[in-house]
Design a protein around this ligand. Structure first.
Ligand SMILES: Cc1ncc(COP(=O)(O)O)c(C=O)c1O
Length: 509
């Protein structure tokens, strides 16, 4: 019996691997039935024009995995013990893909996710993406030095799980950093090292949110937070945002268990919550018995005046959880951040982290700890602040040069700003589509940037523009291209208006 096997000598897969896969496939699909004797290794080798040794090795592997059996008098044959019912099910599954709506006999997946931005999925000439930073700005050389140092000095960490809350060296330097930079006075114990602030959010939600829990968020709100709370089946309440950030007076008087807020640089609009509102907010949380998650995602970058003390730094009631991240200062690919919890939540938060993944990978933690301790992080931040401040100024100038006296928000800090486009321009989603056709990425409020619950004053006419991943030349060129696209679009509209309003020519006879 000749077995239908085809070999591709140019394939990166070995001949042995190809024969193994094809024989296994023939058995599982029932083309070689249990009990079928397969050709002797010499015969198959001749049929395929390869060495007998190769075939022997394949047979050995198929025997070891239970597909084949060998007996002296009979030869090598397909295992009689292979359960025919399972093989039949495999065959059925291969020919019948379930049709839409068909009931499948397995538990339903309870959460169906919302569309998220396909990070790095598009190639654009000039991408004003708000959550990316330039690769050229990562401190490769010095990071490599600290990485090597961590590798040689802490070998035992490879074989041991460290504290689920994180490496103590990193927690200590983070406590010092936020003490000075954000006015937050906490012990290292209160800090849990996480895979970016997204994991911190997840931990906080795991502690405080279950099906039906009332969670208040800003409107519009960071999509990563809104989707996360939805995945826990929270009931979301949207609180409007004005030029001073979250409108605290609109918070419900009771019933809310958790509020998610971005007081330093409201995401995505960039407003800063003034001190009166911060104090009011803390008082509300005390009266309501609610916790607050303060997402301080980009406050390392403040360009004007000194930073306002973080909400957690003002909190005397133990109701604020603080989210910090290195995604903006170092890069989102590092996946390093931290959650700071009030003393009463330390042990639960640490247990939740242990259940999730037993703690964060130590090598990056050790490198980051040394990077901060040595003062290199402070230097890096100062350098970045300088560069980003120039990029922001360049973006503002370019917008003014091409679009006149533009209305902007969120200039004081962070790595993006919001442009509130005038009424005579196409709306933000149309501007995005227009820009995209010209190789430029700009972002309206919507999936991929922020969650807009509707009825928000800024929904249709705000574009979010990040300036951290483009240099000044690219910023100027990108805005120039956007301006040309808009100009052409407005000219087209004028032209069609003219056509529409011009008198209909009389038919000539
Ligand atoms: C509001 C907000 N929070 C947090 C983050 C950072 O998330 P992560 O630390 O998980 O990378 C971002 C990133 O863009 C953000 O916009």
């Amino acid at each position: 019996m000749a077995i239908p096997i085809e070999l591709d000598h140019s394939s990166p897969q070995s001949l042995q691997g190809q024969i193994f896969e094809q024989l296994r496939h023939l058995i599982l699909k029932g083309k070689l039935k249990p009990g079928t004797v397969i050709p002797a290794s010499r015969v198959l080798a001749e049929q395929l024009g390869i060495s007998r040794n190769t075939v022997l090795l394949v047979y050995d592997r198929l025997i070891a995995e239970g597909y084949l059996q060998a007996r002296k008098a009979i030869g090598t044959y397909v295992n009689l013990e292979l359960p025919e019912t399972c093989l039949a099910a495999t065959r059925r599954a291969a020919i019948s893909t379930p049709t839409h709506g068909e009931v499948i006999d397995r538990p339903l997946i309870p959460f169906v996710s919302q569309p998220q931005m396909g990070t790095n999925s598009r190639h654009l000439d000039f991408d004003f993406c708000p959550d990316r930073i330039g690769l050229d700005l990562f401190p490769h050389k010095i990071w490599r030095r600290f990485l090597n140092r961590a590798l040689t000095s802490s070998r035992t960490y490879f074989t041991e799980c460290c504290n689920p809350g994180g490496l103590s060296q990193l927690r200590e330097v983070v406590a010092d950093h936020i003490g000075v930079a954000r006015g937050i006075s906490v012990s290292a114990d209160q800090i849990i090292i996480t895979a970016g602030s997204q994991e911190g959010l997840n931990l906080a939600a795991r502690l405080l949110v279950k099906d039906g829990t009332l969670v208040a968020t800003e409107n519009p709100c960071y999509h990563g937070a809104a989707f996360l709370f939805q995945s826990y089946y929270a009931k979301l309440i949207q609180i409007p945002v004005d030029e001073a950030g979250l409108d605290v007076d609109q918070l419900p008087k009771e019933g809310v268990a958790l509020l998610y807020v971005t007081p330093s640089h409201q995401y995505p609009l960039g407003f800063t919550l003034p001190i009166e509102r911060r104090l009011k907010l803390l008082d509300w949380a005390r009266r309501c018995g609610a916790y607050i998650i303060e997402d301080d995602y980009d406050s390392d970058f403040r360009y004007r005046g000194s930073p306002l003390t973080a909400l957690m730094g003002l909190d005397d009631y133990g109701c604020v959880m603080y989210l910090g991240t290195f995604s903006k200062s170092m890069g989102a690919g590092l996946r390093l951040g931290y959650l700071v919890v009030p003393k009463t939540l330390v042990s639960s938060a640490r247990s939740a982290k242990a259940l999730l993944n037993n703690g964060h990978a130590w090598l990056d933690q050790a490198t980051m700890a040394e990077f901060i301790r040595s003062g290199a992080y402070g230097n890096h931040l100062r350098r970045m602040r300088n560069i980003y401040c120039k990029r922001r100024d360049c973006l503002v100038e370019s917008l003014r040069e091409h679009f006149g006296p533009v209305q902007l928000s969120g200039l004081e800090s962070g790595l993006h700003l919001a442009w509130h486009v005038p009424d005579n321009y196409p709306d933000a989603p149309e501007l995005q589509a227009l820009a995209l056709r010209h190789g430029v990425g700009v972002y309206p409020i919507g999936p991929g940037t922020a969650y807009d619950f509707g009825k928000c004053d800024y929904s249709e006419r705000t574009l979010v523009l990040g300036y951290s991943s483009l240099n000044e030349y690219q910023i100027r060129a990108g805005i120039r291209r956007l301006a040309i696209a808009v100009e052409n679009r407005l000219a087209e509209a004028d032209f069609s208006d003219e056509v529409a309003s011009s008198p209909v020519p009389l038919p000539c006879n």
